[in-house]
Unconditional design. Structure first.
Length: 218
């Protein structure tokens, strides 16, 4: 099993260097912010397996469970709701949600697309609730039903590195203001950054650009 794998391969030190959203403490913490308290590609699969193995190789409590006061679903729905509200207030980020970038995409800010926005929020909750993310374990969230190929979802949006960082910082600031401990915020930051290569736009190579050959070569 995974436990035998951990013991036989001696991966403890390796996991310490891997992205981990696993908390280092076991004490139950309740978020004290009023907003909160009131309510693949193969390389990504491999990375997820490393993190999943870490989760089974430690007895530490997950971040999701650590800060849950009622159930995991309420916690993440509150966080995701706050995140969407904040993102829609940032001019450089709202373009990815109002149909501007890419042109003709869904305008989640339109009342007629309220159902689509609700599904989008649900998928974010399910994504962050997965065991390789915040590892919500009480069964209140359900399986992730969104698209799993991160690059296929985000590359057409042509998200810049600056905008990707701004989105991450928006989420992290919500956690900080809610009283999440610095070590846990850092773990979430590392998790978010692990998807940079899939999310940040990478222009395709120019097929018309040919390597220059030395003079006289065929």
């Amino acid at each position: 099993g995974i436990r035998d794998f951990c013991l036989s391969r001696g991966l403890g030190d390796v996991y310490k260097r891997q992205v981990s959203t696993q908390s280092t403490g076991v004490e139950k913490k309740q978020i004290n912010h009023p907003l909160i308290s009131s309510t693949p590609d193969m390389k990504y699969i491999i990375a997820s397996l490393f993190v999943l193995s870490f989760l089974y190789c430690t007895s530490a409590q997950s971040i999701c469970d650590k800060y849950t006061s009622t159930n995991n679903s309420d916690l993440l729905n509150t966080i995701v709701g706050a995140l969407i509200e904040r993102v829609l207030e940032i001019p450089d980020l709202v373009i990815y949600f109002n149909g501007v970038q890419p042109p003709g995409s869904t305008n989640f800010t339109s009342p007629e697309n309220a159902n689509r926005l609700a599904i989008f929020k649900l998928h974010l909750v399910q994504f962050f609730g997965q065991n390789f993310a915040l590892n919500c374990t009480d069964g209140s969230i359900g399986n992730y039903m969104g698209r799993r190929n991160m690059a296929a979802v985000h590359q057409p949006m042509k998200i810049s590195a600056e905008d990707s960082m701004a989105f991450n910082e928006a989420l992290l600031s919500i956690l900080v203001n809610a009283g999440v401990e610095a070590a846990d915020v850092a773990a979430v930051r590392n998790f978010l950054n692990s998807f940079n290569s899939a999310i940040i736009y990478r222009p395709p190579p120019n097929p018309c650009r040919r390597k220059l050959l030395p003079l006289g070569s065929n």
